[in-house]
Design a protein around this ligand. Structure first.
Ligand SMILES: O=C(O)C(=O)C[C@]1(C(=O)O)C=C[C@@H](O)C=C1
Length: 265
């Protein structure tokens, strides 16, 4: 099996990535995503935070959430967040250089990986389609906490979806001839077919449903009968499975295709 060398962020040492280790990371990221959705579900939709521009600073037409994300991304860039090829900013323009010495991540991806960033699309889908599905309607005015929760969700979703670049790199190295043919023909359909494993997708959807049941179960009292039909969840587990099936997996595959189309440039 082909291997891609990437740095281990905890030890700073180089280690080796395989399809198995990449899938392990995707599995671990599921925990972060499920918890971030559960945390966001504490607040109602709070649409004015992300839909309206109420900035008192004349000349700035951002919503509170956009302003918050831009400012946090600027600080995170200064401490080196975007030197890590797993991280992709939402607002690419004006991302400053790091002001501290940064870790040198060994190159794991083709340099064109930098041009694959679908965060604008993720932003729109998140606020227009996903959020209204898993939070209650309403407005409690708690916009700063809501924006912080939205940022946690957006960054977790973006990291998972753009991880498709690593998945694609390993798959390419495992079967370069198959992929090269489709890449030279710029054949999206053929690439999509090559990189799809339906059984793996089914497993992912079942596992995240189980995680949402386990992490998001309302714990009432120790004398609970354990009657499954009475169990309550902070976020509907079937919905989490649907979010993966209809949005996260297809968007990860889109990133895989976009990366592969540039892989021989
Ligand atoms: O595990 C893979 O092979 C992936 O490409 C990741 C993923 C996913 O998004 O979970 C996407 C496409 C495959 O069909 C299966 C799973």
């Amino acid at each position: 099996m082909a291997r891609v060398v990437e740095s281990d962020s905890s030890s700073g040492c180089s280690n080796v990535l395989s399809l198995d280790s990449i899938r392990e990371s995707l599995i671990r990221q599921e925990d972060t995503i499920v918890f971030s959705l559960i945390e966001r579900a504490k607040f109602p939709l709070n649409a004015p935070a992300f839909e309206e521009s109420r900035c008192l600073d004349s000349g700035n037409s951002s919503s509170l959430t956009e302003f918050f994300v831009r400012e946090i991304e600027t600080i995170q860039a200064k401490v080196g967040r975007y030197e890590n090829p797993e991280e992709n900013p939402f607002f690419l323009e004006n991302i400053p250089h790091a002001v501290f010495p940064t870790h040198k991540y060994p190159p794991a991806l083709h340099p064109k990986a930098l041009s694959v960033n679908i965060n604008k699309h993720i932003w729109d889908i998140y606020f227009k389609e996903l959020l209204p599905l898993f939070v209650k309607p309403g407005d409690d005015g708690n916009y700063p906490s809501t924006a912080a929760s939205d940022l946690a969700c957006l960054q977790a979703l973006s990291r998972r979806i753009h991880y498709g670049k690593f998945v694609a790199e390993v798959k390419f190295r495992d079967a370069p001839q198959d992929y090269e043919r489709a890449i030279r023909a710029q054949d999206r359909e053929a690439l999509m077919k090559l990189l799809t494993f339906e059984k793996v997708e089914e497993m992912v959807k079942k596992r995240v449903q189980k995680k949402a049941e386990t992490f998001g179960q309302e714990v009432k009292c120790i004398t609970d009968s354990g009657d499954e039909s009475k169990k309550k969840y902070k976020v509907d587990p079937l919905l989490v499975s649907r979010i993966y099936g209809e949005w996260l997996i297809p968007l990860t595959k889109l990133v895989e295709v976009e990366y592969l189309l540039r892989r021989l440039d």
